[in-house]
Design a protein around this ligand. Structure first.
Ligand code: SF4
Length: 674
């Protein structure tokens, strides 16, 4: 006899996320399919969502705690939970709290993205214990939000608003691979006659859904946005009334934009001045116009924050904020107007200490300088996702103890861990996910296999050993979730109420961002000129900063595909259908660059620079321009190539409630046939 459980896909395509119906029989998953009653996804489930059924019963799952006495040679042995937890607690005590660190990845949110249960529990643990902890927002969407934050336009409008009202949609660095069910609303907008434009460093999958595509050189987005402003101001296409009422610094911005002509931008972006002029006119004269800005990959560059700042000026200049169909559309990590939850992180109880700031290069330094002795990793593959990953691996190998809590082995565990902690999957623990409009219950439907345990359980056991009596003051995970939901935005919902209502709960939010025209700045207005930025050593106006020069000729960029997303499930390699779709690293290279190097389509190649090297296969394609090469992210070795230099000054890292200290990630490379 089978039962059908309503839950959510365990991938994290925030802010859209998809509902899932799982058919279970005799403790096994028979099928997964999209939930037609889920208001966000309406029955959609992509190839990744379908692959999630391969998690359950997967022979590669970690089922028992494991330890090894020497790293890197694979002599793992099975251990009891008591043995591994005692060993971790003992090493933590020996190291001293400030030499202990936690780092979380998307894996901790597979069962709670948008509600941040496990992430906040890890932070609560670190706050009460007084150890180092950092938020992975800095590796994900934080740097992009940094630029938007100075300007004051962090809120996003929903995909439903886009589909119903936008007449022009600019997908700026947004390939939708990280939010595929937005595509339905894009299609709805097009059926109404809306025009879709893609701006990216390559012809993406989203480009195929677009009326026009602008392929620019990597790291030149700010130049394009500045030149668009030049045209808009020069031709008087800006919305004078909106600018007057809701912005600060228009005169300075206008003067600044005058110096950034389309001809100037043509030389930088590789897009002709005539096309830039046409784009600016179309954006300024089509009302309402919405920009869907890239979640993370467009910011993987030293000047990514300036791109965010420059693009953020466009909706304000044209009066496209606070109106249906305008502003910014769904962005990974963003919130809709009114969206909020209570915090259980106990940030106010963090003891004074010598804490490493939320800045990736400083974290790497702390590791390689031996200041971190114990590293607790939760659902993350740090050596694949951190920039300058060779140095990170070197630092992790210096630790006295590295513990990894995950569903599967990953590169970091293979190379650097001493202790493996088997985690529960989305069907094996109680969870809750949140989109920009709804909360969704994820009930426990299966018993954990082997000795797998949730992060909540592991943290409680560690807290008990360390004497953190108040770590988990709730009687159950359900009570803990209720504490997080206890907020006016949810109507003070509880798990019981949501369960009784069928597992779906609408939040008290607006589909349109900034309906009250109160923007996220000290002045409450959109700040074209930011005194805050100036005070922290950054330009007061958005600027184009050329990328660092390099003797290596090709600009390397990485991003997402529809068959891969985030590092969990060993970057998809543990799930057979995804592993088959992506069997190894493939580099997109233009025909011009390939011919110049004697590289043919499908050939084995070596990608290298001053930091490292990676072997891959070439995909010779004119979907990427000469001078640019591109690869799906997540492969071990990709970030051996990328720069670990800071993208923003240390003193600017704590300006916003989210973390922004992303490394530059820039990489110039050479490609040679093998
Ligand atoms: S789009 Fe994302 S959330 Fe939806 S099914 Fe695919 S992987 Fe899951």
């Amino acid at each position: 006899m089978s039962t059908v459980v309503r839950t959510m896909c365990p991938m994290n395509c925030h802010p859209t996320l998809c509902g899932m119906l799982v058919e279970i029989e005799d403790g096994r998953v028979r099928s997964v399919k999209g939930d037609p009653d889920n208001p966000d996804s309406q029955g959609f489930l992509c190839v990744r969502g379908h692959a999630s059924k391969e998690i359950i019963g997967n022979p590669a799952r970690l089922l028992h705690p494991m330890v090894r006495d020497r790293r890197g040679i694979g002599d793992w042995r099975r251990a009891s939970w008591d043995e591994v937890l005692d060993r971790i607690a003992e090493r933590m005590r020996e190291a001293g709290r400030q030499a202990v660190a936690t780092w979380t990845g998307h894996g901790v949110a597979a069962n709670n993205y948008g509600v941040r249960l496990t992430g906040n529990l890890v932070r609560r643990f670190a706050n009460l214990y007084g150890c180092q902890t950092w938020s992975a927002q800095m590796i994900c969407w934080g740097l992009g939000a940094f630029g938007l934050g100075f300007t004051g336009v962090l809120e996003t409008s929903t995909k439903e608003d886009m589909g119903a009202h936008a007449n022009l949609i600019v997908l700026w660095g947004a390939n939708l691979a990280s939010q595929p069910n937005t595509a339905r609303h894009l299609a709805a907008a097009r059926r109404r006659g809306a025009r879709v434009i893609t701006v990216d460093v390559r012809e993406t999958e989203a480009a195929a859904q677009s009326d026009e595509v602008f392929v620019l050189r990597p790291g030149t987005d700010a130049a394009l946005a500045l030149a668009m402003m030049h045209v808009i101001v020069r031709e008087g296409l800006h919305d004078r009334a909106f600018v007057e009422r809701h912005t600060l610094g228009f005169d300075e911005l206008a003067a600044h934009a005058r110096a950034h002509s389309p001809a100037w931008a043509e030389a930088i972006t590789g897009i002709s001045a005539a096309r830039i002029e046409a784009l600016a006119r179309r954006y300024a004269t089509t009302r309402p116009a919405m920009i869907v800005i890239g979640g993370s990959s467009m910011y993987k560059g030293a000047n990514g924050a300036q791109a965010g700042r420059a693009i953020a000026c466009l909706p304000a200049l044209t009066g496209n904020l606070g109106v249906p169909g305008g502003g910014f559309g769904p962005r990974h990590g963003s919130s809709s107007h009114g969206q909020a939850l209570a915090s259980i992180a106990a940030n106010d109880r963090r003891p004074p200490g010598d804490y490493v700031i939320d800045q990736m290069p400083r974290i790497t330094e702390a590791l390689v300088e031996g200041r971190i002795r114990v590293m607790l990793l939760w659902g993350t593959n740090m050596v694949s996702s951190f920039a300058d990953a060779n140095r990170v691996a070197e630092g992790l190998r210096l630790c006295d103890l590295v513990a990894v809590h995950d569903l599967f082995m990953n590169d970091t565990a293979r190379e650097c861990a001493d202790v493996l902690l088997p985690a529960t999957s989305w069907l094996e623990e109680l969870g809750m996910k949140g989109t920009n409009t709804h909360l969704y219950l994820m009930p426990q439907a299966l018993e954990p296999p082997g000795e797998a345990r949730s992060a909540s359980w592991v943290l409680r056991e560690l807290a008990r050993r360390l004497g953190l009596d108040d770590f988990f003051p709730w009687a159950s995970d359900e009570e803990m979730i209720d504490a997080v939901l206890d907020h006016p935005a949810t109507g003070h919902a509880t798990v019981a109420r949501i369960r009784a209502a069928g597992g779906i709960h609408p939040m008290n939010v607006s589909h349109v961002a900034y309906p009250t025209f109160a923007f996220d700045t000290p002045s409450g207005k959109v700040e074209f000129v930011s005194e805050r930025a100036k005070r922290h050593g950054l330009p007061a106006l958005p600027v184009y900063e050329p990328l660092p020069s390099s003797p290596y000729p090709l600009t390397f960029r990485q991003g997402r595909t529809l068959t891969h997303f985030h590092g969990f499930y060993d970057h998809g390699r543990a799930l057979p259908s995804l592993a088959k779709a992506d069997s190894g690293p493939v580099l997109w290279i233009s025909p011009v660059d390939a011919v110049a190097r004697g590289v043919t389509d499908g050939a084995a190649i070596r990608i290298h620079n001053e930091r490292g090297a990676l072997e891959a296969r070439a995909r010779v394609t004119d979907k990427v321009p000469a001078g640019t090469v591109w690869m799906r992210d997540g492969w071990r070795g990709v970030n051996d190539l990328t720069s670990g230099a800071p993208a923003v000054p240390d003193e600017a890292c704590a300006l916003f409630p989210f973390t922004v200290g992303q490394s530059a990630y820039d990489a110039r490379v050479e490609v040679s046939p093998l």
